[in-house]
Design a protein around this ligand. Structure first.
Ligand SMILES: [Zn+2]
Ligand SMILES: [Zn+2]
Length: 199
């Protein structure tokens, strides 16, 4: 089993804050702090593939992510750092496979970073509105996995939901994104369809 899930970090916690002030923050402003938050070069020699090569973990990369979070000054920066981590993690996985153990931050294009940042913000937005029926349900959607880029690869994530939080599925980890719809929370038994409004 995947044991590398973090408890909600600064990134997880900011999901509950209102999104408006985050969106108002200029991407250029955050982007200009990139070199203060991340070192230019990153050694991923310590990396390894886990779980039949679907996952990749480098403690160095995780340390750099944590160090960046400690320097983070706003929730927007928290999202930015998470976006950078996602990009770097994907790049690290590819590079490592080719036997290349040095990542350069300058290899990431500004456009790639902007796209990933917007993706992270978009993902965060619906989470702000959806209230979970119980702690266990909430924990499913607050997890951050260091190993897997996608929840569909991570054996510890067993549910997904639509953007409105009105439909939930139990995931079938068959390499794709299939799942079986459920109408009741598997932990507390409340109706999932009304869960968003009932809490
Ligand atoms: Zn995982
Ligand atoms: Zn529940």
């Amino acid at each position: 089993m995947c044991k590398r899930h973090l408890q909600p970090t600064a990134v997880g916690v900011v999901y509950t804050r209102p999104l408006a002030p985050i969106l108002k923050m200029n991407f250029e402003t955050i982007y200009s702090r990139k070199n203060q938050l991340f070192p230019e070069q990153l050694d991923i020699r310590d990396g390894s593939f886990v779980q039949d090569s679907t996952g990749f973990l480098s403690q160095n990369l995780v340390d750099i992510w944590n160090a960046a979070e400690e320097k983070s000054e706003s929730s927007a920066e928290g999202y930015f750092i998470w976006a950078m981590y996602c990009l770097l993690h994907r790049q690290a996985k590819k590079a490592f496979r080719k036997g290349d153990f040095t990542l350069k931050i300058s290899d990431l294009t500004k456009e790639d970073i902007r796209k990933e940042y917007e993706k992270v913000l978009k993902k965060a937005e619906p989470k702000r509105r959806i209230k979970s029926c119980c702690r266990m349900m909430a924990s499913q959607f607050n997890k951050k996995c260091e190993i897997h880029d996608s929840i569909y690869d991570c054996p510890d994530v067993i549910l997904d939901r639509n953007e409105q939080g009105s439909q939930f599925r139990i995931l079938i980890h068959d390499g794709g994104t299939s799942g079986i719809s459920i109408k009741f929370c598997p932990w507390c038994g409340k109706k999932t369809k009304t869960g968003a409004n009932n809490v």
